[in-house]
Design a protein. Structure first.
Length: 137
């Protein structure tokens, strides 16, 4: 059963991250503008995490950009937002591909991912606090 629609501000933040990630070429300059200074990103298909906006930007531009990664067949499984609407989380799934993986459906890598967003008040946009992805097969 699909998750109910996300609240507007959470949907906007989620869409901004995924549109920048899936752009051709990926728009990491825009993506980095949506993250917290102390963001934590779990590396895709590799162990370890990248911590901090500068480290994440370097990882995206130097490691991920040449791979031209994409997420296909996205589906939101669950979301949660605190009553004060200052923290939100979106859990979703999709098929990950990059230049080293043949396009779907042949060899896409199914993943689950969680994006955690925060903001100081409801008049500010959400920013990405953390992103973690796990391979499902």
């Amino acid at each position: 059963m699909p998750a109910p629609p996300l609240p507007a501000a959470l949907q906007t933040a989620f869409d901004a991250v995924l549109v920048a990630f899936n752009a051709t070429p990926p728009d990491y300059d825009t993506l980095v503008k949506t993250v917290e200074p102390d963001v934590i990103i779990k590396r895709v298909l590799f162990p370890g995490s990248i911590i901090g906006m500068g480290n994440v930007e370097s990882y995206l531009k130097h490691h991920m950009l040449p791979l031209q990664p994409r997420l296909h067949n996205l589906a939101i499984d669950w979301w949660w937002e605190v009553p004060a609407q200052t923290h939100g989380q979106v859990r979703a799934r999709g098929d990950y591909v990059d230049s080293t993986i043949p396009p779907p459906p042949s060899a896409a890598v199914p993943i689950h991912f969680n994006l955690v967003f925060i903001r100081k008040s409801t008049v500010e946009p959400y920013t990405l606090h953390s992103a973690f992805a796990t391979r499902t097969s």
